[in-house]
Design a protein around this ligand. Structure first.
Ligand code: IMP
Length: 179
Protein backbone atom coordinates (compact mmCIF):
# COMPACT_ATOMS: atom_id res chain seq x y z
CA UNK A 1 0.00 0.00 0.00
CA UNK A 2 1.17 3.49 -0.83
CA UNK A 3 0.80 6.10 1.89
CA UNK A 4 2.78 8.38 4.16
CA UNK A 5 0.36 7.75 7.04
CA UNK A 6 1.46 5.01 9.50
CA UNK A 7 -2.00 5.06 11.18
CA UNK A 8 -3.60 3.87 7.95
CA UNK A 9 -0.99 1.13 7.45
CA UNK A 10 -1.76 -0.26 10.91
CA UNK A 11 -5.48 -0.40 10.17
CA UNK A 12 -5.05 -2.10 6.77
CA UNK A 13 -2.57 -4.62 8.15
CA UNK A 14 -4.87 -5.56 11.02
CA UNK A 15 -7.71 -6.57 8.70
CA UNK A 16 -5.72 -7.93 5.76
CA UNK A 17 -3.18 -9.97 7.75
CA UNK A 18 -6.05 -11.77 9.50
CA UNK A 19 -7.26 -12.76 6.02
CA UNK A 20 -3.82 -14.03 5.03
CA UNK A 21 -3.19 -11.09 2.69
CA UNK A 22 0.32 -9.71 2.94
CA UNK A 23 0.93 -6.01 2.31
CA UNK A 24 4.07 -4.07 1.67
CA UNK A 25 4.17 -0.44 2.74
CA UNK A 26 5.66 1.97 0.23
CA UNK A 27 6.24 5.32 1.93
CA UNK A 28 5.51 7.58 -1.00
CA UNK A 29 3.50 10.71 -1.69
CA UNK A 30 1.65 11.61 -4.87
CA UNK A 31 0.14 14.91 -5.93
CA UNK A 32 -3.46 15.27 -4.81
CA UNK A 33 -5.47 17.06 -7.52
CA UNK A 34 -7.71 19.93 -6.46
CA UNK A 35 -11.15 18.35 -6.54
CA UNK A 36 -14.17 18.29 -4.27
CA UNK A 37 -14.50 14.58 -4.95
CA UNK A 38 -12.48 11.88 -3.12
CA UNK A 39 -12.93 9.41 -6.01
CA UNK A 40 -11.42 11.88 -8.47
CA UNK A 41 -8.45 12.50 -6.16
CA UNK A 42 -7.89 8.73 -5.93
CA UNK A 43 -8.33 8.11 -9.63
CA UNK A 44 -5.78 10.81 -10.56
CA UNK A 45 -3.46 9.61 -7.78
CA UNK A 46 -3.55 6.09 -9.26
CA UNK A 47 -2.60 7.45 -12.68
CA UNK A 48 0.39 9.21 -11.16
CA UNK A 49 1.54 6.09 -9.29
CA UNK A 50 1.22 4.02 -12.48
CA UNK A 51 3.28 6.60 -14.39
CA UNK A 52 6.06 5.81 -11.89
CA UNK A 53 5.91 2.20 -13.08
CA UNK A 54 4.30 0.81 -9.92
CA UNK A 55 1.67 -1.96 -10.28
CA UNK A 56 -0.47 -3.94 -7.82
CA UNK A 57 -1.02 -1.29 -5.14
CA UNK A 58 -3.68 0.37 -3.06
CA UNK A 59 -3.98 4.05 -2.18
CA UNK A 60 -6.39 5.58 0.31
CA UNK A 61 -7.77 9.09 0.41
CA UNK A 62 -9.96 9.89 3.37
CA UNK A 63 -11.70 12.87 4.87
CA UNK A 64 -14.04 14.17 7.52
CA UNK A 65 -17.23 15.75 6.15
CA UNK A 66 -19.11 17.91 8.68
CA UNK A 67 -22.80 18.43 7.80
CA UNK A 68 -23.21 21.92 9.29
CA UNK A 69 -20.03 23.14 7.52
CA UNK A 70 -21.32 22.03 4.11
CA UNK A 71 -19.02 18.99 4.08
CA UNK A 72 -15.89 20.92 5.12
CA UNK A 73 -13.05 19.95 5.59
CA UNK A 74 -13.79 16.99 3.26
CA UNK A 75 -11.09 16.68 0.60
CA UNK A 76 -9.12 19.41 2.40
CA UNK A 77 -8.92 17.32 5.59
CA UNK A 78 -5.15 16.80 5.46
CA UNK A 79 -4.53 20.54 5.06
CA UNK A 80 -6.95 21.41 7.86
CA UNK A 81 -5.39 18.78 10.12
CA UNK A 82 -1.91 20.24 9.42
CA UNK A 83 -2.96 23.87 9.91
CA UNK A 84 -5.75 24.44 12.44
CA UNK A 85 -5.86 20.83 13.71
CA UNK A 86 -8.56 19.32 15.90
CA UNK A 87 -8.67 22.37 18.16
CA UNK A 88 -9.34 24.61 15.17
CA UNK A 89 -12.17 22.36 14.01
CA UNK A 90 -13.66 22.41 17.52
CA UNK A 91 -13.44 26.21 17.48
CA UNK A 92 -15.38 26.29 14.19
CA UNK A 93 -17.98 24.07 15.84
CA UNK A 94 -18.38 26.20 18.98
CA UNK A 95 -22.09 26.88 19.62
CA UNK A 96 -23.03 24.72 16.61
CA UNK A 97 -25.91 22.45 17.58
CA UNK A 98 -25.93 20.14 14.57
CA UNK A 99 -22.74 18.15 15.12
CA UNK A 100 -23.38 15.38 12.60
CA UNK A 101 -20.43 14.35 10.46
CA UNK A 102 -19.27 11.57 8.20
CA UNK A 103 -15.87 9.98 7.73
CA UNK A 104 -15.27 8.76 4.19
CA UNK A 105 -12.48 6.52 2.96
CA UNK A 106 -11.90 6.01 -0.73
CA UNK A 107 -9.61 3.12 -1.73
CA UNK A 108 -8.11 2.81 -5.18
CA UNK A 109 -6.85 -0.68 -5.90
CA UNK A 110 -4.73 -1.79 -8.84
CA UNK A 111 -4.36 -5.54 -9.02
CA UNK A 112 -3.48 -7.61 -12.07
CA UNK A 113 -4.20 -4.63 -14.31
CA UNK A 114 -7.72 -4.22 -12.87
CA UNK A 115 -8.76 -0.93 -11.25
CA UNK A 116 -11.30 -0.92 -8.42
CA UNK A 117 -12.38 2.19 -6.55
CA UNK A 118 -14.67 1.94 -3.51
CA UNK A 119 -15.79 4.41 -0.84
CA UNK A 120 -16.60 3.43 2.74
CA UNK A 121 -18.51 5.68 5.12
CA UNK A 122 -19.12 6.07 8.82
CA UNK A 123 -21.59 8.54 10.29
CA UNK A 124 -21.16 10.08 13.72
CA UNK A 125 -20.88 13.29 15.70
CA UNK A 126 -18.17 15.86 16.40
CA UNK A 127 -17.52 15.74 20.14
CA UNK A 128 -17.39 18.98 22.20
CA UNK A 129 -13.74 18.32 23.11
CA UNK A 130 -10.86 15.98 22.26
CA UNK A 131 -10.92 12.60 24.00
CA UNK A 132 -8.70 9.52 23.98
CA UNK A 133 -5.10 8.90 23.04
CA UNK A 134 -5.31 6.17 20.39
CA UNK A 135 -5.92 6.42 16.65
CA UNK A 136 -4.74 9.38 14.59
CA UNK A 137 -5.91 12.54 12.84
CA UNK A 138 -9.49 13.49 13.69
CA UNK A 139 -10.10 10.37 15.82
CA UNK A 140 -10.11 12.29 19.14
CA UNK A 141 -13.00 14.54 18.04
CA UNK A 142 -15.16 12.00 16.17
CA UNK A 143 -17.56 9.52 17.71
CA UNK A 144 -19.86 7.09 15.94
CA UNK A 145 -22.14 6.71 18.98
CA UNK A 146 -21.93 10.34 20.14
CA UNK A 147 -20.09 9.36 23.33
CA UNK A 148 -16.83 7.48 22.86
CA UNK A 149 -14.26 8.97 20.49
CA UNK A 150 -12.52 6.89 17.82
CA UNK A 151 -9.30 7.59 19.76
CA UNK A 152 -10.83 5.88 22.77
CA UNK A 153 -11.91 2.59 21.21
CA UNK A 154 -9.85 -0.53 20.51
CA UNK A 155 -8.27 -0.68 17.01
CA UNK A 156 -10.31 -3.80 16.15
CA UNK A 157 -13.52 -2.02 17.17
CA UNK A 158 -12.60 0.97 15.00
CA UNK A 159 -11.97 -1.36 12.05
CA UNK A 160 -15.37 -3.00 12.57
CA UNK A 161 -17.33 0.26 12.43
CA UNK A 162 -15.11 2.75 10.62
CA UNK A 163 -15.19 4.20 7.12
CA UNK A 164 -11.89 2.37 6.41
CA UNK A 165 -13.23 -0.97 7.65
CA UNK A 166 -16.32 -0.41 5.47
CA UNK A 167 -14.16 0.45 2.44
CA UNK A 168 -11.94 -2.62 2.94
CA UNK A 169 -15.01 -4.89 3.12
CA UNK A 170 -16.43 -3.29 -0.04
CA UNK A 171 -13.11 -3.79 -1.80
CA UNK A 172 -12.82 -7.43 -0.78
CA UNK A 173 -16.39 -8.06 -1.93
CA UNK A 174 -15.60 -6.39 -5.28
CA UNK A 175 -12.51 -8.52 -5.68
CA UNK A 176 -14.52 -11.61 -4.87
CA UNK A 177 -12.95 -12.24 -1.50
CA UNK A 178 -15.59 -11.95 1.23
CA UNK A 179 -14.48 -10.68 4.64
P1 IMP B 1 -5.50 11.65 3.67
O1 IMP B 1 -6.41 10.57 3.19
O2 IMP B 1 -4.18 11.06 4.09
O3 IMP B 1 -5.40 12.81 2.72
O4 IMP B 1 -6.12 12.12 5.04
C1 IMP B 1 -6.83 13.31 5.21
C2 IMP B 1 -6.78 13.70 6.65
O5 IMP B 1 -7.78 13.00 7.34
C3 IMP B 1 -5.45 13.43 7.35
O6 IMP B 1 -5.12 14.51 8.17
C4 IMP B 1 -5.74 12.21 8.18
O7 IMP B 1 -5.00 12.22 9.38
C5 IMP B 1 -7.22 12.32 8.44
N1 IMP B 1 -7.78 10.98 8.51
C6 IMP B 1 -7.83 10.07 7.51
N2 IMP B 1 -8.37 8.92 7.97
C7 IMP B 1 -8.64 9.13 9.26
C8 IMP B 1 -9.18 8.30 10.28
O8 IMP B 1 -9.50 7.11 10.10
N3 IMP B 1 -9.31 8.86 11.49
C9 IMP B 1 -8.96 10.16 11.75
N4 IMP B 1 -8.45 10.97 10.85
C10 IMP B 1 -8.29 10.45 9.61
Amino acid sequence: MITSNPGKVKEYREVLTALGIETEHLHMTYDEVQSSDLEEVVSKGMEEVRRKGIRDFIIDDSGLFIDSLGGFPGVWSAYVQKTIGNRGVLKLMECVEDRRAEFRCCIGCDVGGRTTIVTGKCRGLILPEEAGCGGFGFDPIFSSDGETSFADIAPETKNRISHRGDAIRLLLAELGKEN
